[in-house]
Design a protein around this ligand. Structure first.
Ligand code: MN
Length: 316
């Protein structure tokens, strides 16, 4: 597989690299890490990173703003990193490539592309890129750069939650160690990763103060329009508040009701009780321990709370 990928890379003089929309550090780290390696090891090739800029992660990397009409010339290779299905690919021109290569660690639900390298054992796509780098180093004397090392390390840190999630394997550590040999400023990286605006820090304080913890072990927080406006936080940004009281002893499941114009957005999380059935009952769905739903009015909000309390009660 790796030999095949290396052959394809060496065949084309133009390579366009994509990843999923609303990129996280692994999407950007694998995309830009691979691009940086290709640019350095094949200085005569034209290598492009494509997709929308993610404002909160521009400290990691920036996209190449190119006129995509350059693709109308010679045939080019398209590589898509960290993206399980084509609907999530950020951009359009990936369809125009002569060949398509998928590199991903999510379950291969949509096996798109001419060459598919999926490794669900890998913590991250960035980990896979380091794995591939070691192969190319042996075969073609590829060299690592500090910038590529920084990007790939950041991708692993993102997807493993700083090496604490259960997807962190001995192999993850070995491959992370490969890039940690380079002089990456990890202090700077971690600071940028986990900092937030003052208004968000203040709102976190309010949530910690005001969330309700019921005797069943259900955490409840209401984010009213008024509250979000007071702190100038958008509904999307408020998702960063989801886990701030998850460490509360005795907490089993928790729910955020975010007030919208004509309904409530409901975000559900759990440490045990299976909560996605509640989400399905209320115009939503998702994973057993993390899902989302909608509530039309106060009455439905109360119904959801009652159902969650019952689940928590059964689980104890
Ligand atoms: Mn990933």
């Amino acid at each position: 597989m790796k030999q095949n990928i290396l052959d394809r890379i060496e065949t084309y003089s133009t390579i366009a690299i994509y990843r999923h929309e609303k990129p996280d550090p692994d999407a950007l780290g694998s995309q830009a890490g691979l691009a940086t390696l290709l640019k350095y090891n094949y200085p005569n090739k034209k290598i492009y990173m494509l997709g929308e800029e993610e404002p909160s992660l521009t400290f990691l990397t920036k996209m190449d703003n190119i006129d995509t009409s350059i693709f109308s010339g010679e045939p080019f290779l398209t590589i898509v990193c960290d993206t399980g299905n084509t609907e999530r690919i950020d951009g359009e021109d990936w369809k125009e490539g002569a060949e398509l290569l998928k590199i991903d660690h999510h379950p291969n639900v949509e096996p798109y592309g001419d060459i598919i390298w999926v490794n669900t054992e890998a913590s991250s796509t960035s980990e896979m890129i380091i794995d591939f780098f070691l192969f190319a180093k042996t075969e073609r004397n590829w060299e690592m750069t500090t910038e590529a090392a920084r990007l790939l390390y950041a991708g692993i840190v993102g997807d493993t939650g700083r090496f604490q999630f259960s997807n962190t394997t001995p192999q993850t550590m070995r491959l992370a160690a490969e890039v940690l040999e380079y002089p990456i400023d990890t202090t700077e990286l971690f600071t940028r990763f986990y900092e937030s605006d003052e208004k968000m820090v203040r709102l976190k304080g309010r949530v910690l103060e005001e969330f309700e913890l019921t005797e069943e072990g259900l955490g409840i927080m209401h984010l009213t329009k008024e509250l979000l406006e007071e702190y100038e936080i958008t509904i999307n940004e408020s998702s960063a508040l989801m886990n701030i009281f998850s460490g509360t002893k005795g907490l089993q499941a928790w729910v955020f009701f975010v007030e919208e114009d004509d309904q409530y957005r409901v975000r559900l999380r759990s440490k045990g009780p299976v909560i996605n059935e509640v989400a399905t009952n209320h115009n939503g769905g998702g994973h057993p321990m993390a899902s989302g739903a909608k509530a039309a009015d106060e009455t439905e909000v109360k119904e959801i709370i009652a159902e969650l309390k019952e689940l928590c009660r059964q689980h104890t």
